[in-house]
Structures are given as structure tokens and as C-alpha cells.
Design a protein around this ligand. Structure first.
Ligand code: DHB
Ligand code: FE
Length: 279
């Protein structure tokens, strides 16, 4: 059977990808961030699963706001980096895993999660930056991926609890996949940030650390947060953190925190990353 080994939460700040793509990682601004990513990358280098399920959001890149689904799963056999206005990032294409993806569709639909299914979906920084954070700059990504896209930009959004429950259903689907293989799940986005409006630039380290503490110690606490609380405490785009709940829901009740890193500023954002292994 497939085995869900671990989860990662990470911000997906586009500037991190741009710093790598443009050879700026040793510059004074970026070095503390990339130094902090070294242990994370070392863990990934020795814990490469067969498939990463990557929970992310499209930033109105591949979707138009004229039509936005709440949850979408990518079932294609490959995915390409999206053009976000200055050409697609020069990172490798991503290999999909249609068999596990379709199994997840069937299993979670049977649990009343109505996923939209995408055979082709160009993936923006919300997806490619976490891959760069984990695996640096390889010629070929070391795992297959299954994109799970969550609407966090066009209200009404799914609740924090619904995200957690979707993760639980995905976790059960992985556990019932009848092939021996290892799987990991990532939640991306956040942490606190706001990119426009009167409170542009808001970051809230206390809230971010509480959210990460809860992931290990009391994950249900993060399911009780309303969108208004996320937005008030962590800024309008801080609500991206609900995607970490999908990741956490998929894992066991008991997890081991392997690594945590938090750094301000990264662009307008408080950068956070956490790795959790299933006990
Ligand atoms: C930034 C962060 C994001 O999560 C995003 O999607 C876009 C920009 C930023 O801090 O620059
Ligand atoms: Fe984002």
C-alpha cells in the first residue's frame, strides 16, 4: 500500500524563485533565507518520496476570476510552469501521477468532496517555488507531483476546517492506494502577508508561530480560525495558510516536528517552513 511519510508547510513567495533563477541567493538580503533552507533541503535530499501531493493556490494565472473552483486536482501526466507575465520560469516540467490522482478523486468524491478535475493546468509560483525551495535547481524534479489547487483568492473561500477535512480524506485515499510507494504532502502559501490596501506589508510573528506550534501540538486549533481572524491577524493574503491545514489533515494525529524555519522579511512576507514526519 502507499505510505504517507511526511508533510511540509512552506511559503511560496515568488521572489524566492526569482532570486534563484537570477543567481542572487548569496546576496546579503537573500543569504539568511537560503542558509535557513539548508537543513530543509538536506532532509528532502534523503527523504525523496515517489510522489508529492502539493496543495497550492493559483494566483489568477491559469484561472480567470470569471470562473474559479474551490478545490481542483491535476490528473495530467505532466504539468508546465505558467507564464505569469515575464515568461514561464526556466524550471523543469513536472511529472504527474494520473493513477494516484484519479484514485484520490474517486475516494474523496465518495466522501462528498466535489473536486474539479484538471487534465492540464499550468502551475504558477504557488507551485514551482516550493519545488525550488525543496530541491534547489535540478535538471529533472526527483518526484512525481499531484497538484491540489485551493481557492484562496476569490471569496467565498473554503473554511479552515473544510481544508483540514479534505486533507483527512486525501490521507485515507493515499492509505488505500494498492501500490507500494511513498508519498508526501505539502501545504504552501502564507505566512502572514498583505500585498495591497491600507495594511500593506503587515506581518505578525506571534500569530505565525502560534499557527506552526498548533500544527505539531494542537492541529484542530488551526481549524477553528475564521477567514476574518486570518485576515485581521495575518493580512489579506495570510489566509493562504488554510492550505497548510490540508497538509496537516492528511497526516496522523501524532507527528514529529523535524525542522522549522522562520524569517522576516522575504519580500512583503514572513517566510515560514515546517517539516512534519508521521509517527
Ligand atoms: C508574495 C507572496 C505570495 O504568497 C504571493 O503569492 C505573491 C507575492 C510576496 O510577498 O511578494
Ligand atoms: Fe501567494
Amino acid at each position: 500500500m502507499a505510505d504517507l511519510i511526511a508533510g511540509m508547510g512552506t511559503s511560496h513567495v515568488p521572489g524566492v524563485g526569482a532570486a534563484m533563477d537570477n543567481g542572487k541567493t548569496d546576496e546579503a538580503y537573500w543569504k539568511p533565507l537560503f542558509d535557513g533552507l539548508k537543513p530543509l533541503r538536506a532532509w528532502h535530499a534523503s527523504n525523496v518520496p515517489d510522489v508529492n501531493i502539493i496543495v497550492f493556490n493559483d494566483h489568477a494565472t491559469s484561472y480567470s476570476l470569471d470562473g474559479y473552483s474551490t478545490f481542483t486536482i491535476g490528473v495530467g501526466d505532466h504539468f508546465e510552469p505558467a507564464d505569469e507575465g515575464w515568461g514561464p520560469r526556466k524550471v523543469p516540467n513536472m511529472k504527474g501521477h494520473p493513477e494516484l490522482a484519479w484514485h484520490i478523486v474517486e475516494e474523496v468524491m465518495a466522501e462528498d468532496f466535489d473536486l474539479a478535475v484538471a487534465a492540464s493546468l499550468d502551475l504558477d509560483h504557488g507551485f514551482t517555488v516550493p519545488l525550488s525551495i525543496a530541491y534547489d535547481q535540478p535538471d529533472v524534479w526527483p518526484t512525481s507531483v499531484i497538484p491540489v489547487c485551493v481557492n484562496v483568492i476569490q471569496h467565498p473561500l473554503p473554511t479552515a476546517l473544510r481544508c483540514f477535512r479534505l486533507g483527512q480524506a486525501i490521507g485515507r485515499a493515499v492509505a488505500s492506494f494498492p501500490k507500494d510507494m511513498s508519498v508526501a504532502i505539502w501545504g504552501t502559501g502564507g505566512l502572514s502577508h498583505q500585498l495591497g490596501g491600507e495594511r500593506v506589508g503587515v506581518v505578525n510573528p506571534e500569530f505565525d508561530q502560534m499557527f506552526m506550534d498548533n500544527l505539531t501540538q494542537d492541529p484542530m486549533a488551526n481549524t477553528k480560525l475564521s477567514h476574518a481572524e486570518f485576515i485581521r491577524e495575518a493580512g489579506c493574503e495570510g489566509v493562504e495558510m488554510i492550505m497548510w491545514n490540508v497538509m496537516r489533515g492528511a497526516l496522523n494525529t501524532e507527528v514529529t516536528e523535524i525542522y522549522r524555519f522562520y524569517h522576516i522579511p522575504v519580500s512583503a512576507t514572513a517566510y515560514g517552513a515546517i517539516i512534519l514526519e508521521n509517527k
